[in-house]
Design a protein around this ligand. Structure first.
Ligand code: F6R
Length: 374
């Protein structure tokens, strides 16, 4: 049932190209770049008039929400607020009933997320669910569901569900941009094409990064702490990398916005601290190039204090190798799709470290696959 893999988690990491492909399937037109989302009980007018999107989720799904905020704000120019579902209803959120609520949940049964949905509905919001289980509670209550077609996820640590959530969010952001006229037809076509090329690129990452991460695990599996740094849309991926390592290897790890290091966490850096830095770039995107340049300075801040840097960088980057201890290269992609590639080595790194430490990768201690208590 593990299809020849040692653990479900590894099998599910390797299923990501298919999961992303299946989540995209039937929802796009390559000719026009149009995105289709079926059965929304929310009209185009409502999407146009919405002053904001309010998203609530937990754990890995919350990280997807944070990345989704960048996608939606960038493409559809509509403000997005992201909450931990467990915090949402206790802060008595200020809600405009014309806003759209969104719940992201792999299982569709997470108690905190369902409670947030009830709060949204009580305040008059229409809600959209992004969910991996057909007919789950969250979908029954929602005005529209974008199903992720990741297939059943058995490993407690979420991997293929996460990349499917990013895919669904990207599609939603494009859909919203098209409905609100914030994108040209040519831009849509280019992004839809890039999305269809992504599964092949994830395959490339899997081919090279698996062995590279196994080697890295030999060096770093005894570390006491890890730091993960990213900027922009890569900051939520840094958080996700740190969560994967924490939950399956029991090593303390933190994700941080790279630019925030100098405001405190630099004090943690010494020669024993591995720092994973997301330092990819989309050469065609000005914002991305700027982010990359700033990230290089952040890397130098770490190495100047003897920290060990593992960089995730873009193929063809000849500059970065000299600045860091190890590099894992991933293919080029548009900025908003890069997270789907740079998360893969982070999953594999956590996996191989946990295996070397003899941890129960598929069933980490103290954790359950779906959390049905608040
Ligand atoms: C981490 C993980 C959890 C879940 C969280 C929400 O790997 O799996 O953090 O993401 O419990 O679960 P869902 O998405 O089912 O609501």
């Amino acid at each position: 049932e593990k299809g020849g893999y040692k653990h479900f988690m590894l099998k599910e990491i390797f299923e990501q190209p298919r999961a992303v492909r299946d989540t995209t399937l039937g929802r796009i037109s390559l000719n026009t770049g149009t995105v289709f989302l079926s059965e929304m009980k929310i009209s185009d007018e409502e999407f146009r008039d919405a002053p904001r999107i309010d998203i609530a989720a937990c754990g890995t799904s919350w990280h997807a929400a944070l990345a989704g905020k960048y996608m939606i704000e960038r493409l559809a120019r509509i403000p997005v607020e992201v909450d931990y579902a467990s915090e949402f209803r206790y802060r008595d959120p200020i809600i405009d009933s014309r806003s759209i609520g969104m719940l992201i949940t792999q299982s569709g049964e997470t108690a905190d997320t369902l409670a947030a949905q009830r709060e949204m509905l009580a305040k008059g919001l229409k809600t959209i669910a992004i969910c991996n289980v057909v007919g789950a509670m969250v979908a029954r209550e929602a005005h529209g569901t974008i199903y992720t077609h990741a297939g059943p996820e058995i490993g407690v640590a979420s991997t293929k569900a996460f990349s499917s959530q990013l895919t669904a969010l990207f599609l939603f952001a494009l859909y919203l941009a098209q409905t609100r006229n914030t994108i040209t037809g040519d831009e849509s076509i280019a992004l839809v094409e890039a999305l269809t090329r992504l599964p092949g690129k994830i395959e490339e990452v899997l081919r090279t990064a698996d062995l590279a991460c196994e080697k890295l695990a030999r060096v770093y599996s005894t570390a006491r702490d890890f730091l993960y740094l990213g900027r922009g849309i890569h900051y939520p991926i840094a958080l996700e990398g740190a969560l994967k390592l924490k939950e399956i290897s029991y090593i303390h790890a933190e994700g941080y916005p790279a630019g925030e290091m100098k405001h405190g966490p630099n004090a943690l850096i010494d020669g024993t601290l591995p720092v994973v830095v997301l330092a990819t770039k989309d050469g065609a995107n000005h914002g991305s190039r700027l982010r990359y340049e700033k990230t290089l300075s952040n890397i130098q801040e770490v190495t100047a204090r003897s920290g060990k840097v593992i960089a995730i960088a873009t193929e063809g980057d000849e500059q970065i190798g000299d600045l860091v201890d190890q590099v894992i290269y991933i293919p080029q992609a548009p900025e908003l799709l890069l997270p789907l590639l740079d998360v893969v080595p982070l999953q594999l790194l956590a996996y191989h470290i946990a295996v070397r430490r003899g941890c129960d990768v598929d069933q980490p201690r103290n954790l359950a696959k779906s959390v049905t208590v608040e």
